[in-house]
Write a protein that binds this ligand. Sequence first.
Ligand SMILES: Nc1ncnc2c1ncn2[C@@H]1O[C@H](COP(=O)(O)OP(=O)(O)OP(=O)(O)O)[C@@H](O)[C@H]1O
Ligand SMILES: [Mg+2]
Length: 416
Amino acid sequence: MRHVNTLGGLLARQRMDAGWSQEELADRSGVSVRTVRNIETGAVESPRNSSLSLVVAAFQAAGHFEAEYVLRDFTDRNGIESSAAPSGRSAGGSTPNGVRSGDDHDRLMGRKNDISRMCDGLHRDRWTTLVGPGGVGKTKLALAVADRLRSQFAGGVFVLPLGETSEDHDEKAVWRTVCEALPIEGSPGDGSAAMRRLVVIDNIEHLQTSAVRACQRLLADFPDLWILITSRHAVAAAGVKTVEVRPLSVVDAEQLFLHRAQAACSDLDLTGRGSAVTEICRKLDGLPFALEVAALRLRSLSIDTLLEAPVRQIVAQPSVAGLPHQRTLVESVTWSYGMLGEEQRRLLHWLSAFPEAFTIKDLLGRPDRDTVADDFPHLVDIVSDLIDRSMLQVCRGSEYRYSMLGHIREVIGSLQ
Ligand SMILES: Nc1ncnc2c1ncn2[C@@H]1O[C@H](COP(=O)(O)OP(=O)(O)OP(=O)(O)O)[C@@H](O)[C@H]1O
Ligand SMILES: [Mg+2]
C-alpha cells in the first residue's frame, strides 16, 4: 500500500486501484462528480461526514475492504468523522448527506408501522413527503425506507441533501443543484421496474416553492423516478402523499433513551429507574433528538437532576450535528420560527402560553383573540398554517385538538 498523506490523494489512489473513474465512484456512492473531484483535488479538505460516508460505503459494497479500511483509518486519525454503513449493508446512497453523525451505527427504534405503510405506499405513489418537526426523525425514517426498498429500485437510490442550500435559490438554481447532484442526464427511462430510481431529497422546508417545482419537473421528465422528500413544511401540490412523522411512543422512546445512555456512559446503571426513564421520555415528548441529547447529559448529570431541569435547558445542549440549524433543538426551533411571518409568530407566542391541548372552540372563546387576528376565519387560517409548518401538532378526532410540543413551547416562550 502506497503512503498518501492527503485525503484527496488517498481517495484518488483507492478509486484508481478499484478501476473506477470519478464518474463511476459518483454513480456508485450517490455523491456528485463535483464532490469527488473537489475531494481529490484538495479543493475540499474536510468534506461533509455524510459525503465521505457515502464514498466509503461504495467501496464497502463493492468488496473493496482495504479502501474502506484505509479511508476510515485516515478519517479517524485526522478527526474527520465518517459514519459509513456497517459491513454487509448495501451502499449507493442509503447513508444520509447532511445527517447527524452516528446515524448509521444506530438502530432505528420503533417506526415499524410507518415503514411498512410507506413501503406499501411507495409502490403506488411516486412522490411522498415526510413531514414533522425538527428532530422528530424524518431523515432517519426516509433513509430506512429507502434502504428497505433498494431492491425495487434497480436504477439506484440517491440522496440529495438541500439543508445547506440557500433560501434565496429560485427554481432555476434549485434545478441546477438537482442536476449537478443526481445522475439524471441522458434520455428518460421508460418507467419500467428494471430502471426505477428513488431520490431522497432531504430538508426542503426553506426552499418550498422552488423545490416543489423542481420535483414536479423531475417527475414529469423522468417517468422512472420516484421521490421521497423530508420537510418540516407540508407540500401543497397535487399528487403528493404526505406522511406525518410523529414523536416516538413512550416504549420506543425509552428504548432509544436507554440505548443512547448506554452508549454515552457504559457503566451507568439505570436498573430500578424505569419510572424516571418513562418520565423523562414523556417530558421530552418522545422526540428522538431531545432524547439523544438528554442521554448524553447523563454523563454529567443524574437522571433526577435532568427531571428537574427545564426542557429548554436540556434541549439547548448541542449534539454532534450536521447543519448549523440542527446543532441544538433551540437552534432548530429558532430556524423554523425564522421562516414564519409576523402574524404567525404573534399567534405562536399567544398559543405558547396555553397550558394544554386546545380546540378551535377554545380559541373562539378567548376574550383576547382579537389581539392576534382580525377575525375568526383569519385566525383559523393561521392555525392551519402553523400545523402545515409542524409548529403545532394535531390530534384528529370528531373534534380536532391542537397542541404544541413542550420544547417548542419553551423555546418560543423565550423568544422576543
Ligand atoms: N426511530 C429512531 N431511532 C433511533 N434514532 C432516531 C430515530 N429517529 C430519529 N433518530 C435520531 O434522532 C436524531 C434526529 O433525527 P433526524 O435527523 O432524522 O430528524 P429530522 O426530523 O430529520 O430533523 P430536521 O427537521 O432537523 O432535519 C438523529 O440523530 C437520528 O439518528
Ligand atoms: Mg432531517
